[in-house]
Design a protein around this ligand. Sequence first.
Ligand code: SAM
Length: 338
Amino acid sequence: MKIPPTAVTPEGQVTLAGELAAAAARLAAAGVASPRGDAEQLAAHVLDVSRGRLALVEVISTSAAQELRHLVERRADRVPLQHLTGLAGFRRLDIAVGPGVFIPRPETEWVVEEAIRLLRASGAVRPICVDLCAGSGAIALSLADEVRGAEVHAVELEPAALDWLRRNVGRTGLPVRVHQADVGVIGAGLPPGSPPATRAGAGPVDGVLSVLAELAGRVDLVVSNPPYLPDHERSRVEPEVGRHDPPAALWGGPDGLDGPRAVVTAAAELLRPGGLLVMEHADEHGQAVPSLLASGGPWSGSWFDIVDHPDLAGRDRFVTARWDPPGRGRPGSAGEDV
Ligand SMILES: C[S@@+](CC[C@H](N)C(=O)[O-])C[C@H]1O[C@@H](n2cnc3c(N)ncnc32)[C@H](O)[C@@H]1O
């Protein structure tokens, strides 16, 4: 379906209202969830104005209308809005995104909110923070932006995502140290049954515990949004996700827990006694992930204050916990040594 012709003024200009109405109709017909909002954001991008200022624009040039119609067609083909504008808003930052990197999601903003709240409540001065599976760097950059004096490390495996991460560190100027390392998310991005050697063209990459060896046992906060979708979701995700988010960012193995398990394993080595883990998970993992921490592995009995949190839509979304390794005084208890 093509966009219907819209009103043209005697001067050869086009009314923005007509273009927006036609664009919204085209996007609605293509099954886009927020057609009017997306049409307005694309128009704001083409006209280089904020969305709020569109109300002040009556007519646009025919070349601007052409450009807008081109973008609307790509959006109707279910290319993510953020790939068309090149930016994703995340907390106080605009994060550059495009093919090869996961688009940061609004629900992750709340994961960061709680991480910052807990970090501040802990009273840590110049806290050491590690973002595992950092993607575009949205989480790490927000910590560097909002937590005074934080020493922030961002860990990512995939070369394409690392390019975006480094670009975002450069364009924001925020102090984030970028590391290429494998967190050990077994099976991420692969069709079930694929041998590890075929994964995402990554080649041999050192494990996170060797790359961050000097931080072992010293980290105040490990935060992560790992790949966590179970394989059975592959046929159910929206086209924007299935065709455009990198597979390595999405898939967490048959039960979706490969990513969370790898993050918990790494966090247990990196955190100081009393250090915090804040990790996003699939909405169906609101019990599985807290159970994993409470009793699921070699770290069994070493995590405390395990709390699962919902997102704004009320779906189970992330877990918080503190690391309490065996043989150490529990922070806040008699004999505490941190
Ligand atoms: C869901 S995305 C999250 C990205 C970013 N933290 C965010 O919230 O927008 C998961 C990220 O984990 C990365 N990843 C997958 N397997 C990994 C591994 N074994 N080691 C390190 N990073 C990995 C993916 O490349 C992807 O960038």
